[in-house]
Design a protein around this ligand. Structure first.
Ligand SMILES: [Zn+2]
Length: 329
């Protein structure tokens, strides 16, 4: 990395739109120090997903929230982009919470404003399988239900980022049609580069960009390629999306989890309904790119001709723009 790019990285807002830490009240959130030490400014960490009971999501949210508030010397629970700016000025790391799938609502629309009040700023509609709100990417695409439409409107009202990752194609197009604020795919890669049911088609990428939204590059080797986290492979995904819709619609949502005592393969094989056969989930030793790969990626983005403003956009300014429209009243 040249001194100039090092300085750009040091001074840039670095936004990771989704961490892949397995949500549980038992998780030691000191693991967030890894993002902090690598120069990241903000991460969204999930407190639940459809595989869990909604009560366990609430318990995880309660535990994480208490931990972050008790560690205010290093961490800030961000509710607005101004909170993130303040955290950076004070040399602290900002985070907020996301939930992967609407099972966490237990069928009750009032849960959205409750989650918002507790620090959740981004919600996904379905986690791989269909639920009461939406169709999942590994299921027969049931589309957005009437309840799902109410959910989009309520998220727009309270100020939460509408996130289409893990949902099925037609469903995501219906979500984007319903939303009056920008929509994201926080951690999804283009199908055209690596064909996988978790990845997204050109039509979805174009519809997302049309809302003013952003697609976050997922660092999981099985969504990038054949368990491939090479910088050239990551670059191919960024180049593809940028040629299709422009540089202002790309960010990072690495889906990364630090090396804790959780074997991702054991989890994935334990629920073949949510992580079905034929989708590489049985890959031994799934590899994972995360914020540690950012300096090398920035280097190759600069070598490919992207300018400083494009790179700052990828690193965080693009997601920040979405959050300003989605969170702030
Ligand atoms: Zn996910």
């Amino acid at each position: 990395m040249t001194a100039r790019l090092e300085q750009l990285y040091r001074e840039a807002l670095v936004w990771d739109a989704h961490a892949g830490v397995f949500p549980s009240p038992e998780v030691d959130l000191n693991l967030l120090d890894e993002w902090r030490q690598l120069g990241a400014s903000y991460v969204s960490i999930n407190v639940g997903f459809d595989v869990m009971d909604w009560q366990d999501t609430l318990a995880t949210l309660a535990a994480y929230r208490r931990w972050v508030l008790e560690h205010g010397d290093r961490f800030v629970l961000a509710g607005t982009t101004a909170d993130i700016d303040r955290a950076r000025a004070d040399d602290k790391f900002a985070l907020s919470f996301d939930i992967e799938g609407m099972n966490a609502l237990n069928g009750d629309i009032n849960m959205i404003s409750l989650y918002h009040a507790l620090g959740v700023r981004q919600m996904l509609f379905a986690y791989n399988l269909n639920n009461a709100a939406a169709g999942g990417c590994h299921d027969a695409d049931s589309g957005l239900t009437e309840f799902g439409r109410q959910v989009v409107r309520e998220m727009n009202r309270v100020g939460m980022i509408v996130d289409c990752s893990h949902a099925a194609c037609r469903t995501t197009l219906e979500i984007m049609d319903e939303s009056t604020r920008p929509v994201v795919f926080s951690h999804s890669n283009p199908c055209a580069v690596w064909d996988h049911q978790r990845n997204i088609r050109d039509q979805q990428i174009q519809a997302c960009a049309a809302t003013g939204g952003v697609i976050g590059l997922n660092g999981m080797g099985i969504f990038l390629g054949d368990n491939d986290i090479g910088i050239d492979t990551m670059l191919r995904h960024v180049l593809y999306v940028s040629e299709l819709v422009g540089t202002q619609h790309i960010g990072f949502g690495f889906d990364y989890s630090p090396d804790i005592d959780v074997d991702i393969g054991v989890i994935l094989r334990s629920r073949p309904d949510y992580w079905p056969a034929g989708q590489q989930y049985d890959t031994k030793g799934i590899r994972h790119a995360g914020p540690a790969q950012l300096p090398a990626l920035i280097d190759s983005l600069a070598d490919s001709g992207f300018g400083d403003d494009d790179i700052r956009g990828f690193l965080g300014e693009n997601f920040r723009r979405v959050a300003e429209h989605a969170w702030n009243a």
